[in-house]
Ligand binder design. Structure first.
Ligand SMILES: NC(=O)c1ccc[n+]([C@@H]2O[C@H](COP(=O)([O-])OP(=O)(O)OC[C@H]3O[C@@H](n4cnc5c(N)ncnc54)[C@H](OP(=O)(O)O)[C@@H]3O)[C@@H](O)[C@H]2O)c1
Length: 246
């Protein structure tokens, strides 16, 4: 099974890769991410489970949008054929106070949370096997924003809507496109957050993501599962209460 992970150094991506290898012993990975040290660390963990589990790693800052198409091709070549599974897992959380003052920070968060994922999705489909699956890590924040999370939520809303829009083209080629919406997960991204409502370990999200990719279901994954129901009122009622929250 040929598996590409872009944004592989994210804690949630790492947990997903390890869970995938445990569930699918034939999985072989190509890892694209920014930090060479974290890439090497994940490679070593996967190789400890199966010595030939990693076909290659590539360090890439995904803000370099022009480099993305050739990176994806390189991954497919290293894996030796059409991809069975792909996970796109990188992202950034920049405080709203910074975004409010810095157009450059706004440009960065949109590039790292939406535009780079869109460029990947625009180039990925011809590299996938019919019957394969692609998961993209968005967030429950795609569904609602508060003053403190306006910019971050906007990027995730754009990402989830883009995934929804591309689903028809992916379906037509037999490739399942999965919108992954984690709630709070304990990772470096949330280490400084003041509240971590019902937060879980990355291994929980990793197991859910691995299962969804293997089963090609559901099309929208909430992880942990209870976030589907926690977010329901926000999807159904007007935004009166939470817009006042800080
Ligand atoms: N943790 C949560 O509660 C939570 C909830 C909902 C959604 N999410 C989403 O889950 C995803 C993974 O985040 P995480 O929680 O696992 O946190 P994380 O461990 O901090 O992962 C974020 C990753 O994104 C990578 N990244 C950011 N900008 C990049 C760039 N320009 N080029 C390449 N890689 C880049 C970082 O690379 P480096 O390793 O090089 O820094 C880091 O590995 C994100 O999309 C996040 O928005 C997280």
């Amino acid at each position: 099974m040929r598996v590409l992970i872009v944004g592989a150094t994210a804690a949630i991506s790492q947990a997903s890769a390890l869970a995938l290898l445990q569930k699918e012993p034939t999985a072989r990975f190509y890892l694209i991410g920014r930090s060479p040290e974290k890439l090497a660390g994940l490679q070593a963990q996967l190789q400890a489970l199966r010595p030939d589990a990693v076909a290659g790693i590539q360090s890439l800052d995904l803000k370099e949008l022009g480099a993305i198409p050739s990176s994806l091709l390189q991954a497919q070549r290293a894996l030796g054929g059409p991809l069975d599974l792909c996970l796109i897992g990188h992202g950034t959380l920049i405080p709203q106070a910074t975004l409010a003052q810095s157009p450059e920070a706004l440009r960065q968060i949109f590039t790292e949370n939406f535009i780079s994922q869109a460029v990947i999705l625009n180039n990925l489909l011809p590299l996938m096997r019919r019957g394969g699956a692609v998961g993209v890590v968005s967030s429950v924040a795609a569904l609602a924003a508060r003053p403190r999370s306006a910019g971050y939520s906007a990027t995730k809303a754009a990402l989830s809507r883009y995934i929804q829009g591309l689903r028809g083209s992916y379906d037509a080629e037999g490739v399942r496109l999965i919108d992954i919406r984690p709630g709070w997960v304990d990772t470096p991204m949330t280490a400084g957050s003041p509240s971590k409502f019902l937060s879980v370990a990355p291994s929980w999200a990793g197991r859910d993501i691995a299962d969804a990719l293997i089963r090609r279901w559901p099309r929208v994954l909430y992880t942990p599962w209870f976030w589907r129901y926690l977010m329901l009122p926000l999807r159904l009622i007007p935004a009166v209460g939470y817009e006042r929250a800080r």
